[in-house]
Ligand binder design. Structure first.
Ligand SMILES: *Cc1c(COP(=O)(O)O)cnc(C)c1O
Length: 246
């Protein structure tokens, strides 16, 4: 199993390199985030040992389970799942460096308060729902700029960019439209020159669409399946609050 994982990793690294070359970008402009939901700590370690240091988790329960096993190996952890307000206190216990799924003002308010209490700061991305699918979280594209302006007042939360999950479609141009939209929102926010709001990062692109995302300017691609294999849970379990699988 670990050997397959590492073979897969090489294939992904090659795909990133090829996509960057095609898009006239440097390979180091695109960071690989390992989407490690359902992957046990030992398998994550084998990949970190190969020099990949950025992982993303969707569920606090899983972060907690893997925490002790991973804490002595140097890596960075992003939260990429839907975050419920009542989990904020919990999430701050596990050295998360960035919450990629900030998508509402009420969440940011509570996060700010808690960060004040603990005298901490955190990086965050604004998650935008670029595919207009109801099952996905994120703010509607037309609200992104206003939300960015509101987030500017939270001095413990450093907004660094935007995140989206593209449309699941075999039609590349429809997927591309999602990534183009995220980039155009990024450009609009940059043009507004909002204090405290940085917009360098675009987290977009997964196993099936990373090439398109890189062409459209992704700085972080989030890869699970193509490295770790198919998951036994459907993604709706991670992306939809109304899931029933336990
Ligand atoms: C699981 C997940 C990914 C990775 O998806 P794959 O198709 O398995 O590469 C990326 N982003 C988010 C938010 C995820 O939950």
């Amino acid at each position: 199993m670990p050997q397959t994982t590492l073979d897969n990793l090489k294939v992904i690294q090659q795909r990133i390199e090829n996509a960057c070359r095609k898009a006239n970008r440097e390979a180091n402009e695109v960071k690989l985030l390992l989407a490690t939901k359902t992957v046990d700590a030992n398998r994550i370690k084998t990949v970190i040992e190969k020099g990949e240091t950025l992982i993303g988790e969707n569920k606090i329960q899983e972060i907690k389970q893997k925490y002790d096993n991973l804490k002595n190996i140097s890596h960075q952890k992003h939260f990429i799942g839907h975050l419920q307000s009542n989990k904020i206190k919990e999430i701050l216990k596990y050295d998360i460096s960035c919450i990629q799924s900030l998508d509402r003002i009420s969440l940011a308010e509570k996060l700010q308060k808690r960060l004040e209490t603990e005298d901490k700061t955190i990086n965050a991305f604004i998650q935008v729902n670029t595919s207009a699918e109801e099952s996905k979280f994120g703010i509607p594209p037309n609200e992104a700029i206003n939300l960015a302006k509101e987030f500017a007042s939270f001095d413990r939360i450093y907004i660094k960019g935007l995140m989206t999950i593209g449309l699941f479609s075999a039609e590349a141009e429809k997927v591309r439209a999602c990534f183009k939209l995220l980039r155009s929102i990024q450009q609009e926010i940059i043009a507004q020159n909002i204090p405290n709001i940085e917009m360098k990062e675009l987290s977009m692109g997964m196993s099936s669409d990373l090439e398109i995302a890189i062409e459209e300017g992704a700085t972080i691609i989030r890869i699970g399946t193509a490295i770790f294999g198919e998951r036994i849970y459907p993604d709706s379990y991670y992306w939809n609050e109304k899931n029933t699988i336990r």
